[in-house]
Ligand binder design. Structure first.
Ligand code: GLU
Length: 444
């Protein structure tokens, strides 16, 4: 059977690093098996869902290179949910409830006060027909709960957590539909997973108890459930799911010069027993992807680690990969010259300025000025002008090491450090190099 996974964000905000990780892992799970990865927009909450977020989700996934092969939207499938709901209602698996939020709150408090778990007491199931009719006559519209089967223990073999067991009597019958007819997440999600042919649901461990309930929904709807796996949550270096992490999305990463391949390489393996490495080749990541390597402890996201991976990824990128993002006129030799000095592609422009000028004018001692005048004279052009120049100067002046190299670099680039001069000097060109040396020898 073809593996089908889905990523099911609610478009109530931008994707953050935690959702990105879930999306990526679902994509990997599908791709590794030659299957399909789908996007499902969970937009039943009409008030909080926004079209701009739907678009942002699509473009973030495109930026990451984890594009889905199909998309469904819950807001377009309401009739399907109605039909499933009717079937469950006829089978007595959903029932109307009339308690107000305050009444429910009070019930919870009483139970908690007695040291009991705050499980819904199924009060609505105990109403007589007459009591129910009276509620309706008062104009109280019911909300609806799914009736868990207390005689069917809930078990599954979780792809990450192993054998899971839940006693249905220890869970509240979940509300599936509000009094205004709108849907809560749980039932539409199960209906969609069935209709979309989802074979594997991989999501955060905050959904474990939802899975327990949804397993009974699958069987009440007459379907085999998908396989489930729940990954440990992502936390910041400080050890908790911080606000900062929750707001860290593709835009923020892009602005900082983080490459999608770096983010993917990190998130693919973070929280697993596999080493996090700067692997740009997705196939390599896919080949090693394995749910059994996922740990149960929270995965720690560390910006410094991402930056390290990013630098290493940038150092692997070919000219073709970056060409469109480089300053005008910067050719392949230019890219090669500056690449080892970059931690982001954006920095290429700063280094390229050393080639195109104008460069900063530094101050030189009288002695160095004389040395630079000599350099301007000795400059000759061949295959390797930098070694020709430094070789000739070494012989003529006896200088070596830093006193030989540093004033040259400073005069030629206006900086103390930077890309390899052997690569840079040919790009600066003979006339410009001579002019810079001469200028420094006069005006330093
Ligand atoms: N919309 C749900 C969420 O974002 C989906 C959970 C799931 O993957 O089933 O939490």
């Amino acid at each position: 059977m073809t593996t089908v996974t889905r990523f099911a964000p609610s478009p109530t905000g931008r994707l953050h690093v935690g959702n990105i990780r879930t999306a990526l892992h679902n994509w990997m799970l599908a791709k590794q098996a030659g299957g399909r990865f789908l996007l499902r927009i969970d937009d039943t909450d009409a008030e909080r869902s926004r079209e701009e977020y739907v678009e942002a989700i699509r473009s973030d996934l495109a930026w990451l290179g984890i594009e889905p092969e199909g998309e469904k939207r819950q807001s377009q499938r309401l009739a399907t949910y109605d039909a499933a709901f009717e079937r469950l209602r006829e089978a007595g698996r959903v029932y109307p409830c009339y308690e107000t939020a305050q009444e429910l709150d009070l019930k919870r408090k009483v139970l908690l006060g007695r040291g009991l778990p705050p499980i819904y007491d199924r009060g609505a199931l105990k109403l007589s027909d007459a009591e129910r009719a009276a509620k309706e006559a008062e104009g109280t519209a019911p909300h609806w709960r799914f009736k868990l089967d207390h005689d069917a223990p809930i078990e599954w073999d979780d792809g990450v957590r192993g054998k899971q067991h839940f006693d249905p009597a220890a869970l509240s019958d979940p509300v599936v539909r509000r009094a205004d007819g709108s849907w809560l997440y749980m039932l539409p999600s199960a209906v969609d997973d069935i209709d979309m042919g989802v074979t594997d649901v991989l999501r955060g461990e905050d959904h474990v108890s939802n899975t327990a309930v949804q397993l009974q929904m699958f069987s009440a709807l007459g379907s085999e459930p998908p396989r489930f796996a729940h990954e440990a949550l992502l936390v910041g270096r400080e050890g908790k799911l911080s606000k900062r992490l929750g707001s860290l999305g593709c835009d923020a990463f892009r602005e900082k010069g983080i490459e999608p391949d770096a983010l993917v390489a990190l998130l693919a393996r973070l929280g697993t027993s596999l080493p996090v490495e700067p692997i740009a080749d997705r196939q390599v990541l896919l080949d090693s992807f394995d749910l059994s390597t996922f740990g149960r402890a929270p995965a720690k996201f560390d910006d410094a680690e991402l930056e390290r991976i990013n630098t290493a990824i940038v150092h692997q990128m070919s000219y073709a990969d970056v060409q469109e993002r480089l300053p005008a006129g910067m050719d392949e030799a230019g890219w090669r010259a500056v690449q080892p000095n970059l931690s982001t592609v954006g920095e290429a422009g700063e280094w390229w300025r050393l080639v195109t000028g104008p460069i900063d004018q530094l101050e030189f001692s009288a002695e160095d000025r004389a040395f630079l005048a000599q350099a301007a004279n000795l400059l000759s052009w061949g295959d390797d002008p930098w070694h020709q120049l430094t070789g000739a100067l070494k012989e003529a002046t006896g200088r070596k090491g830093k006193p030989l190299f540093l004033p040259l670099r400073q005069a030629l680039t206006g900086m103390d450090h930077g890309p390899d001069m052997k690569e840079l000097l040919p790009l600066i060109g003979e006339a410009e190099a001579r002019a810079r040396l001469a200028h420094a020898s006069l005006h330093g």
